[in-house]
Design a protein around this ligand. Structure first.
Ligand SMILES: [Cu+2]
Length: 210
């Protein structure tokens, strides 16, 4: 059973890697462990086409912001539904998107449009352990690594790009590097100096459900 599963996975990977312009990226810690929540970003030197821009969701659930890290193209609208049975107070002081949604329950009337590139840190005024990050990029070619440290960007047109790797807890910014994307699938790997996440203590719910 196990070997059969492995076999199918291998076939899927082989099949998936045959498209021109597909980027398979792998991120690790400096110790070689898979690293999740890394943004892999390809900025076309020739300018930025506008990609499909579906509305993105960052939820508040069990007094956490989910997901921890999100990458979007400039101009993307993000919804912040509160799925808890009590209020949250979302805010960011980050220059690319300084905003707050004061004490609220349910789904806010309007999404927030992230209209400038840069790094945005989100928090909650009531529960100070809640944290999440949004990387806003000009390009439509980006992905985020999963728990295995893997990310995939599909159908990147051939050409010259700047490649960036980014993680919200990275100790230093990695310089962007020039890369040529050709007709063949491209594999990229990068080690990043990222300390483990320290989860701030979350007190038990009190009688007022806060
Ligand atoms: Cu909160």
């Amino acid at each position: 059973m196990f070997s059969r599963a492995v076999c199918i996975t291998a076939l899927l990977l082989a099949g998936a890697s045959t498209h021109a312009g597909d980027i398979e990226a792998t991120a690790t810690t400096v110790a070689g462990q898979p690293l999740a929540d890394v943004a892999v970003v390809l900025e076309p030197v020739a300018g930025y086409p506008r990609g499909p821009m579906p509305t993105v969701t960052i939820a508040q659930r069990d007094r956490e912001l989910i997901p921890y890290m999100t990458v979007v193209q400039v101009g993307t609208a993000i919804e912040f539904p509160n799925q808890d049975p009590f209020k949250h107070h979302l805010y960011s002081f980050s220059p690319p998107k300084n905003f707050e949604i004061k004490l609220y329950a349910g789904k806010p009337e309007k999404p927030i449009v992230f209209d400038k590139p840069g790094e945005v840190a989100l928090g909650c005024n009531i529960h100070d352990w809640m944290e999440a990050y949004v990387l806003v990029v000009a390009t439509p070619y980006f992905a985020k690594t999963d728990a295995h440290g893997r990310a995939r960007i599909a159908h990147v047109p051939p050409g010259s790009y700047r490649l960036r790797w980014w993680h919200p807890r990275q100790k230093r910014e990695l310089p962007a590097r020039a890369i040529k994307i050709g007709a063949a699938p491209t594999r990229l790997t990068q080690a990043l100096d990222v300390p483990p996440r320290i989860i701030k203590p979350k007190p038990p719910l009190d009688k007022d459900s806060y």
